[in-house]
Design a protein around this ligand. Structure first.
Ligand SMILES: Cc1cc2nc3c(=O)[nH]c(=O)nc-3n(C[C@H](O)[C@H](O)[C@H](O)COP(=O)(O)OP(=O)(O)OC[C@H]3O[C@@H](n4cnc5c(N)ncnc54)[C@H](O)[C@@H]3O)c2cc1C
Length: 385
């Protein structure tokens, strides 16, 4: 079999790229997925969506993606379940409080309003939060959540409508390279000759890179989410609450709430729920939301964050290996940035250059040059902290 491009991974990033490539006219696109569509990190995500980042490139990815999400229902016939519940970022540290204020000023230059709040203001607006140890917070009302499965369904159906083949249960086990370029991809049952390969394998990208002789610095980190039952003491609108520096997240979900458990490295790429960490999760929740101390934990799940060394995505062509592209390492914000990521990756693959957003800061060469970015508002920083 032959394909113009093989995309490895049918998560939201691989599917968004497949859709944008096909819409731009590329034919013979094959997506290989070892599980089922969305069965990787995409299907485990909370779908948080925010513009409140520290780097210009992340802000541009959020703004461009938001534009796409606003037109998503019309383009795909699928409601993306966009809920503007707002993002409330909290910190107990002086240094991070300064960064939150700087972010608010930077975002104002992009026309995005972010309120900088003192602990007393936070307590008055969201009385179920304990604010005694807080230094500061910010609230961005236009942020919120989007449905990961709705997005994935929209992109998969849109890609298929434009002729993309998505093969499930097709694990890639080898990538053939000859004369400095990729020539074929092998699954357990077939060999596909192709001049282009896109690694969109999320947290498992390092394994794919090794098949092609390329080091892709993406580390799988386990995140656990627990679901509580109702808690009548928590009334009114609950935003997505994030404790920057701790990586703790809380929001309403149905009649109950979602709370984060601890995060830890998962070097074997497997994430299973550890019921032993329920105590940690409830204690962390009760510290910030005392009413949750008595909440019943009904269930939970675990998934992998796809962490790069500087918590930013890794995008573009891999130098020295013609035809090998990466779109990975989104570091816990791959759902929200997938619309823009698919668009810019299609531009790079088809024309050699991204025109919608300058992705020069996100190429894989940055690690060799030591040109790492800094983003304290993401999971890696929190994992270290
Ligand atoms: C608990 C949790 C909460 C999160 N919350 C948010 C959030 O609020 N907002 C946000 O934007 N992001 C969030 N994320 C992160 C987000 O889920 C990821 O960044 C995003 O899903 C990455 O998409 P992807 O397509 O790159 O990777 P994936 O969805 O992981 O897709 C990669 C695919 O590659 C496949 N694959 C791997 N190896 C092979 C192989 N050898 N052959 C064939 N296929 C292979 C996998 O099966 C997988 O389906 C969260 C993640 C977790 C775990």
């Amino acid at each position: 079999m032959r394909a113009e491009i093989v995309i490895i991974g049918a998560g939201v990033v691989g599917l968004s790229t497949a859709y944008h490539l096909a819409r731009a006219g590329l034919r013979s696109i094959l997506v290989l997925e070892r599980g089922t569509v969305g069965s990787g990190s995409t299907g485990r995500s909370l779908g948080g969506f925010r513009v409140d980042f520290s780097t210009e490139v992340n802000i541009r990815f959020s703004l461009e993606s938001m534009k796409a999400l606003e037109g998503f229902a019309e383009e795909f016939g699928v409601d993306p379940d966009l809920r503007r519940i707002g993002y409330l970022m909290l910190t107990t540290g002086e240094e991070l409080a300064v960064r939150l204020r700087e972010n608010a000023s930077r975002l104002a230059r992009f026309g995005v309003e972010v309120e900088v709040l003192r602990p007393a203001e936070i307590g008055a607006r969201w009385p179920y939060l304990s604010t005694g140890d807080l230094v500061s917070g910010t609230f961005c009302a236009r942020d919120g959540t989007v449905g990961p499965s709705e997005l994935t369904r929209g992109y998969a159906a849109g890609a298929r409508r434009h002729g993309v083949t998505i093969r499930e249960g097709a694990e890639v086990v080898g990538i053939e390279v000859s004369g400095g370029r990729v020539t074929a991809v092998r699954t357990r049952t077939e060999r596909v000759s192709t001049p282009r390969v896109l690694c969109a394998a999320g947290a498992w990208s390092a394994w794919i890179g090794r098949m092609a002789g390329v080091e892709i610095p993406v580390m799988p980190v386990r995140r656990q989410v627990f679901v509580t039952g109702p808690c009548p003491a928590i009334r009114g609108l609950v935003p997505q609450v994030v404790e920057v520096g701790k990586g703790w997240v809380f929001r309403r979900e149905g009649a109950g709430f979602l709370i984060y458990g601890p995060q830890d490295p998962a070097p074997d790429g497997v994430a299973t729920l550890d019921w032993g960490s329920v105590g940690w999760a409830v204690a962390a929740a009760a510290h910030r939301v005392p009413a949750l101390a008595d909440a019943e934990v009904l269930g939970g799940w675990a998934g992998l964050y796809d962490i790069s060394p500087d918590s930013h995505a890794i995008l573009g062509l891999v130098p020295g290996l013609e035809g090998f592209y990466v779109a990975t390492g989104f570091s816990g914000h791959g759902i929200m940035h997938s619309p823009a990521a698919g668009k810019v990756m299609a531009e790079v693959i088809l024309t050699g250059q991204a025109t919608t957003i300058d992705i020069a800061p996100l190429t894989i060469e940055r690690f060799g040059r030591g040109a790492l970015l800094e983003e304290p508002m993401t999971a890696h920083h929190q994992a270290k902290g």
